[in-house]
Design a protein around this ligand. Sequence first.
Ligand code: CA2
Length: 147
Amino acid sequence: MSRLVYVLNGPNLNLLGKRQPNIYGSDTLEDVEAGCRSVAAEYGFDLRFQQSNAEFQLIDWIHEARETAVGMVINPAAFTHTSVAILDALTTCEFPVFEVHISNVHKREAFRHHSYVSLRADGVIAGFGIEGYALALRRLGTLLAAT
Ligand code: CA2
């Protein structure tokens, strides 16, 4: 059985650690990937870790995942608050989906309080910094062990 898990990251997250450390911390996206790979190894997951600034690319990866993966962690970044297209793509997936935000979006501007992706996500983590990714992967590990 596949143990493939996708971790997808949306626009501007390639700048992590390079701008706005007061909001997003000083770890880079490479650090996030390394942390995810370490947790994935514990659970025997194969990891596909991707970032794109393009909505269509994230949707294409979701389509790819729906055929091959057993779970997904996604930080859709600003598309969280705008993209019905990403929600629709996620809605076609049968595996568990966890939405992660590095910052506590509920403590920020009102436009960040609404998430289209949360209408599909099986769980949401916000404000735990980059540790949120590891927590979401561990939850996937628990859920997948039970199936
Ligand atoms: O807190 C999160 O993880 C967000 O998904 C990050 C998005 C933001 O639009 C969401 O409301 C919350 C922004 C990602 C931009 O990342 C940057 C990182 C460093 C410097 C500039 C942007």
